[in-house]
Design a protein around this ligand. Structure first.
Ligand code: GLY
Length: 377
């Protein structure tokens, strides 16, 4: 991955017929955000009728003064913004916080012609997106993700939702945004741990879809960790292209194609559930361990050799990500997976690698193999 390569600043399109939208990857051009939003709205039913925007952000970004540049850009484009600041963290993905946003919109007599702008990480995108999906049966949404994980994953593809106290992401909708505005400058101040968590999803794209990208990541570790702007833009953009293509081929996760994005996630969700959300493992860290564990399962199925697991684990470790999760009871991990499997007609299903760049959805893994892998975590 060479920083000399010129960046291609054109947008990535998520091709969904009448719901097609652009993912724009920029570095510090917030003044153009208003024009981007106006153009994005023109492609939706709302056209130019949106004159008001609710900007949803969190107190961390507000303390850094981030929202004001977005507000100014919207105002300059003739869209009058009002900002609501939510507490940072997973707890804001609640019915209570959604209720606060509904209250705000009702108090302003907002009708269907109000735009919701989600300015923040995955929590803000999911929460604000859910409100946009449900208020007045759906209002336009623009995502402005500010963490690497949100930029390469959650802001693209229309999955929005909140948590039930007993189940994560269980209340939600598919609501595609009108556009996604990614400013990679927001990553400059991202805490190390959050950057690493996003990198786990970036590595995932290499494994599931693109062996050249995986090799580029191997070559670019130092520049990526140094947050070299052009290299960061390149990996964000490539990840967005890969996600956009998957979403375009299976928008609502109905054919199994979109499910390939869940590589590493079956084990990851179990780790998060057993270790406790917001506890020892952040989502991206659990995904890193999960990808290694699920690759080991592929070895047991005879799909790949051990050297592929080692190559993957080496890259994740170089990014500072964990590849093991010692101390978690394998039986409880299996139970947590079996809770998930209810939705899959009683079978454990995994997305497993056939090679770097190619994965397959399978229910062939035997419970004793899964258990053996969990015991080796
Ligand atoms: N994050 C997985 C998906 O969007 O389908």
């Amino acid at each position: 991955m060479s920083p000399q390569k010129s960046a291609d600043d054109s947008g990535v399109l998520v091709q969904l017929g009448p719901r097609t939208y652009e993912v724009k990857v920029v570095t510090g051009q917030t003044a153009q955000f208003g024009a981007f939003v106006k153009e994005a709205l023109e492609r939706t039913w709302a056209g130019s009728s949106c004159r008001r925007a609710l900007v949803v952000t969190d107190s961390h970004l507000a303390d850094l003064g981030v929202p004001s540049a977005y507000e100014a850009a919207l105002a300059a484009a003739g869209i009058s913004p009002e900002t609501v600041i939510m507490p940072p963290g997973e707890r804001s993905k609640s019915l209570e916080c959604a209720g606060q946003l509904y209250d705000f919109l009702v108090s302003r007599s907002a009708d269907r012609h109000v735009l919701v702008v989600a300015l923040g990480g995955g929590v803000i995108g999911d929460l604000a997106g859910f409100v946009a999906a449900t208020y007045a049966r759906g209002v336009p949404l623009v995502m402005a993700p500010t963490t690497l994980l949100a930029q390469v994953d959650s802001a693209i593809g229309g999955k929005v939702g909140i948590n039930h106290p007993l189940a994560k992401n269980i209340i939600g909708a598919f609501h595609q945004p009108a556009g996604v505005w990614i400013d990679t400058n927001t990553l400059a101040s991202l805490p190390e741990r959050e950057l690493r968590c996003g990198l786990a999803e970036v590595v995932k794209y290499g494994v599931i879809l693109d062996q050249d990208f995986f090799a580029e990541l191997e070559q670019g570790v130092d520049l990526i960790l140094a947050r070299q702007p052009q290299v960061i833009r390149q990996i964000v953009r490539r990840s967005c292209q890969l996600k956009a293509a998957v979403v375009a081929s299976d928008e609502r996760e109905e054919t199994g194609r979109r499910a390939i994005l869940n590589f590493g996630h079956t084990v990851a969700h179990a780790i998060e559930a057993v270790a406790g959300y917001g506890g020892a493992f952040e989502h991206g860290e659990a995904v890193a361990v999960g990808m290694v564990a699920e690759s080991r399962l592929a070895v047991r199925l005879g799909w790949i050799g051990q050297e592929l697991v080692e190559r993957l684990a080496r890259l994740l470790a170089r990014f500072g990500l964990p590849t093991h999760a010692p101390g978690l009871d394998p039986r409880r991990l299996l139970e947590a997976m079996n809770c998930d499997k209810k939705t899959d007609r009683g079978k454990l299903r995994f997305v497993l690698p056939r090679s770097i760049g190619k994965v397959e959805l399978t229910d062939l893994a035997r419970e004793q193999d899964v258990m053996a892998v969990l015991e080796s975590l």
